[in-house]
Design a binder for this molecule. Structure first.
Ligand SMILES: [Fe+2]
Length: 289
């Protein structure tokens, strides 16, 4: 997911555009939040107009969908705010419609948005990976178990964990008065959208309701604070490890080198194996780039 760094961005500052890609019914509008120009993978705020109707069908990409306002009827089921879907590539949904309209986050993980009308799953579809959950009503907040841990008052609801890549999709909140005084970076890209509320981050200022970022690996972020609290949706594209420090001036190269040095100590056998294998693996000098 080679998307550029986008931060801060607020979707309230830009108008909706009409979705005109082939296959999509009329009545769907979008705001592009981030886009991988190589693959077309993207994250969008989407407005389905009142009366929108979509026939049964699937996409060639994994899709993630979070309903934020209004609702969608999916087959016989009415799905309201907080409903999250992970729809694997090729898995067909029944007909989708909305009487009163719906505001949602919509993510295409491998390709540009596409829709194929079909009553059946496509070739190779793995329906066992389908997730549907109401993140507001059906899941409890949990204290993150990641170590090193974020400051108390930032809570999670895990919506999806990819056991191959370690990628996470989650709802998170900061309680009113939350603050964290250190600086973080990660080995993975990090993405978030503010469903409600404003938080402050030293490097990028206030992120309000409708605020969004796509943050590639090793970018310093923090300290953080939120006066009234926030509710947000977040994702990573790999295992989330908090590299914490207090130096706001470190570069991406220094952060990468520091992470590699940590790997050497935390997983010495793995580190040795990576640098020792000359075929199809990074060498020691490549790790320092
Ligand atoms: Fe982070």
């Amino acid at each position: 997911m080679a998307r550029p760094h986008i931060e801060p961005f607020c979707d309230r500052d830009v108008p909706f555009k009409k979705m005109t890609l082939p296959g999509f019914p009329s009545g769907m509008h979008y705001k592009m939040l981030s886009l991988d120009k190589d693959t077309g993978a993207c994250t969008m705020t989407v407005q389905f107009d009142a009366g929108y109707r979509q026939p049964p069908g699937f996409s060639y990409s994994d899709i993630e969908l979070l309903i934020m306002e209004g609702g969608l009827r999916v087959g016989d089921e009415m799905c309201g705010p907080g409903t999250y879907f992970f729809i694997p590539a090729g898995v067909a949904l029944p007909a989708v419609s909305t009487k009163t309209g719906c505001l949602a986050l919509l993510m295409y993980n491998q390709t540009e948005p596409n829709f194929v009308e079909s009553d059946e799953d496509g070739d190779g579809a793995d329906r066992s990976r389908l997730i549907q959950v109401n993140a507001y009503d059906d899941l409890s907040w949990q204290v993150p178990t990641l170590m090193p841990a974020t400051a108390p008052g930032c809570l999670l609801k895990i919506l999806r964990w990819d056991e191959v890549t370690g990628a996470l999709s989650f709802l998170y909140c900061m309680v009113p008065g939350f603050w964290q005084d250190n600086i973080s970076f990660h080995d993975c890209a990090e993405e978030a959208y503010h469903i409600w509320g404003t938080s402050w981050i030293m490097q990028f200022g206030d992120l309000p309701t409708g605020g969004y970022f796509w943050r590639p690996p090793y970018i310093n972020h923090g300290p953080f604070a939120s006066e009234h609290g926030i509710l947000a949706f977040g994702r990573t594209d790999g295992e989330l490890y908090n590299h914490f420090h207090f130096n706001p001036y470190t570069t991406l190269k220094e952060n990468r080198e520091w992470a590699a040095e940590k790997l050497k100590h935390r997983k010495p056998a793995l580190f040795k194996w990576i640098v020792a294998h000359e075929h199809n693996h990074l060498t020691g000098s490549e790790l320092k780039k």
